[in-house]
Design a protein around this ligand. Structure first.
Ligand code: SF4
Ligand code: SF4
Length: 404
């Protein structure tokens, strides 16, 4: 694609990077077929190729209107387009670099800014996430129906975390929303790892949130601050050789990009790269141990696997979770169009509840086509979003597996 970015923009590293991405696009449109919002709305400007054009036009002219911002806001960031693109266009990186500039040209209206700020305040810290969920349960009757349905029930009793009896350590940060909404997931993971001779340890002094929520809501400064705090807290463990395991694939994908996020930080750029390189999705960590894994007592056996976009596209693990679950002994039912996003996408479902509901209905239709007993997934956002409307239980896969 021919580009004419202003000289002042081309003089910056970000400008040159955006130009490289734009020039790689040959406007073939293959990506549109994989895009959930294009499939739903059938509008070129709600697909990746159209959004690339919109970003190019805004960057070249130094002008953008509310329509440009709206079409970019509707992007889920699922990266299904990147996985389909024959030219290797880094759409996600382009969006990340262009968005703050377009925000200055066409600012988000005040009510939406307030909603984003509230979501960040409520959820991007561990203690606050727990308080926000407790308040939500108290005020449940007053909440909008979409939010009421997504609110998870109060977590039940959580079994004890195993003691650090093994020499081999795995760093397992607690995160924010998941540790408040479903603390049993990490405990089940720690117990599973313990059975394999690995002790899961919580790091001292991390920021709780990995920063993905802030990043996706456009608060880049806040996301960088959280990343810095986490890099400082996690680096000693990583330097001691511990893999960094995050049981929410959205967090794993975000932390794996810390190197890029803090590339211009003279004090922490190297540490951020080391931390990013230490990230292991639980699927990657457990694949070599598959022969020692089995379905946990009482776990449903016939399951549909919902691979989160962050695991499938951002981490590049398409098909690996389902293959692992089949090796462990589950009967996995076929799921048509596994690349389509469920509509959760971090806080996207809170900002676009109607579209998110339509994407969820479509996804659930495919997930339940093979009459599974349960749906297994790997990201707390997808889990809560799907569970709000699913006819069968939705579980984190790490709760369904044990070591024996
Ligand atoms: S598939 Fe790739 S090259 Fe083709 S239009 Fe989409 S982003 Fe551009
Ligand atoms: S990231 Fe997902 S929603 Fe956004 S343009 Fe690409 S495929 Fe469409």
């Amino acid at each position: 694609m021919e580009t004419h970015l202003p000289e002042a923009l081309r003089a910056t590293p970000e400008g040159r990077e955006m130009e490289r991405v734009l020039r790689a696009c040959v406007h073939c449109g293959f990506c549109n077929a994989a895009c959930p919002t294009y499939q739903l709305l059938g509008d070129e400007t709600d697909g990746p190729r159209g959004r690339i054009y919109l970003m190019k036009a805004a960057l070249e002219a130094g002008r953008a209107g509310p329509a440009t911002r709206r079409h970019l806001d509707r992007c889920l960031g699922c990266l299904a387009c990147e996985a389909t693109c024959p030219s290797g266009v880094r759409y996600g990186r382009l969006l990340e670099l262009a968005r703050p500039r377009i925000e200055t040209l066409a600012p988000t209206p005040a009510p939406q800014r307030l909603l984003r700020w509230l979501v960040r305040r409520a959820f991007a810290r561990r203690g606050r996430a727990a308080a926000a969920l407790a308040a939500g349960r108290l005020l449940r009757p007053l909440l909008p129906p979409a939010l009421r349905r997504t609110l998870p029930p109060r977590p039940g009793p959580v079994p004890p975390w195993p003691g650090p009896r093994h020499r081999r350590r795995v760093l397992l940060p607690a995160g924010c929303v998941q540790s408040a909404a479903a603390p049993a997931i990490d405990t089940a993971t720690a117990r599973l790892l313990d059975g394999l001779g690995l002790s899961a340890v919580r790091p001292e002094g991390d920021g709780g949130c990995c920063g993905a929520l802030s990043h996706h809501l456009g608060a880049t400064g806040e996301a960088r601050a959280l990343a810095r705090r986490n890099v400082r807290a996690w680096l000693p463990y990583v330097e001691a050789g511990a893999p960094l395991v995050l049981t929410a694939s959205g967090c794993a994908a975000h932390v794996r990009a810390y190197g890029e996020l803090l590339a211009d930080d003279p004090a922490l750029a190297d540490g951020a790269r080391q931390v990013a390189a230490a990230v292991r999705d639980p699927v990657e960590l457990l694949e070599p141990h598959a022969a020692r894994l089995r379905p946990a007592a009482g776990a449903p056996r016939r399951i549909a696997c919902h691979e989160p976009c962050t695991q499938r596209h951002a981490l590049g693990l398409a098909g690996r979770l389902e293959a692992l679950l089949a090796r462990v002994g589950f009967e996995t039912v076929p799921v048509p169009e596994p690349h389509l996003c469920c509509g959760s996408a971090g806080a996207w479902s809170l900002l676009h509840p109607r579209l998110a509901g339509r994407l969820r209905a479509r996804k659930l239709e495919r997930l339940t086509a093979g009459t599974p007993e349960a749906i297994a997934t790997a990201n707390i956002g997808c889990l809560l979003h799907l569970a709000a409307a699913a006819p069968v239980p939705v579980r984190h896969w790490l709760e369904l597996v044990s070591a024996g």
